[in-house]
Design a protein around this ligand. Structure first.
Ligand SMILES: Cc1cc2nc3c(=O)[nH]c(=O)nc-3n(C[C@H](O)[C@H](O)[C@H](O)COP(=O)(O)O)c2cc1C
Length: 200
C-alpha cells in the first residue's frame, strides 16, 4: 500500500508514522507553571540529536483548539525543562499523567509523585525516575501544529547502579526504559538485547 500523507491520507499521518517509527523513547517532561505547580507529561516525539552541544528535542502538538499544551507553554515561558526517563515500574503512572488537567493542576501532586530539586534549572526532577536530564531551551520551532522544543542538556542524573563509575558508560544490562509502540496504547520492554560490534 502506498500512502499520501499530505493528500488523501493526511488524517492518518499520525497513526501511520507513530505506528511505523517505533519504538520511540519517552520523555516524561517536568516544567513549572507560573503558579509554581509542577507539570509532568509524557512525550514520545522525543530524542537526543547530538552531543556537542548535548541536544534533545521533544515535540508537543497543539491542542485541537490551536492552543499549546502546558508543557510547551511552560518551557517557552521559563526556558527550562527536565526530561525524566521511564522505567517499566513507572509506566502506568507515566500514562496517567497524560490525562488532560486544567492548566496549573499539578500531575505530580495528583499522582503523589515525589520530586527532587534540580541543580541548574527550576523545574524539579522526578525522584523515581532512573535518570533525568536538566535542560535549558535553545529555541522553539513551530511547524504547523508541532512545536519542536530544542533543549541543551546541562546536567544528567543517573542512578548509581545504571552507570559504570570507571568508564561512565551506561550499564545497558541494567537500564531498560519503556518504549512507545503504535498509538494509542502500545508499549515495549527493552530488556531483549543483543550486541553487535561495528567493523573497525
Ligand atoms: C506515552 C505517551 C507519549 C505521548 N507523546 C506525546 C507527544 O510526543 N506529543 C504530544 O503532543 N502529546 C503526547 N502525548 C500526550 C500528552 O502527554 C498529553 O496531551 C498531555 O496531557 C500533555 O500535557 P500538558 O498539557 O500538561 O503538556 C503522549 C502521551 C503518552 C501517554
Amino acid at each position: 500500500m502506498e500512502l499520501d500523507l499530505l493528500g488523501t491520507h493526511a488524517d492518518r499521518a499520525y497513526p501511520i508514522l507513530a505506528g511505523l517509527v517505533v519504538p520511540r523513547p519517552i520523555a516524561w517532561v517536568t516544567t513549572l507553571h507560573e503558579n509554581g505547580t509542577v507539570n509532568a507529561s509524557p512525550f514520545s516525539f522525543f530524542n537526543v540529536f547530538g552531543d556537542d552541544p548535548p541536544l534533545v528535542i521533544f515535540a508537543p502538538g497543539d491542542r485541537d483548539d490551536g492552543t499549546p499544551k502546558d508543557s510547551a507553554r511552560n518551557a517557552k515561558r521559563t526556558g527550562e525543562f527536565v526530561v525524566n526517563l521511564v522505567s517499566p515500574d513507572l509506566a502506568e503512572v507515566m500514562v496517567r499523567t497524560s490525562a488532560a488537567h486544567p492548566p496549573g493542576v499539578s500531575e505530580t501532586e495528583h499522582e503523589g509523585l515525589a520530586t527532587l530539586p534540580s541543580s541548574v534549572v527550576a523545574p524539579p526532577r522526578l525522584a523515581a525516575a532512573p535518570a533525568a536530564l536538566e535542560c535549558k531551551v535553545h529555541s522553539i520551532q513551530e511547524i504547523g501544529s508541532n512545536r519542536l522544543i530544542l533543549g541543551i542538556v546541562h546536567r544528567v542524573h543517573v542512578r548509581d547502579e545504571l552507570i559504570d563509575p570507571a568508564t561512565l558508560r551506561i550499564r545497558q544490562e541494567h537500564y531498560h526504559p519503556v518504549g512507545r509502540m503504535a498509538v494509542p496504547d502500545w508499549y515495549c520492554r527493552t530488556a531483549d538485547l543483543f550486541e553487535l560490534p561495528r567493523p573497525r
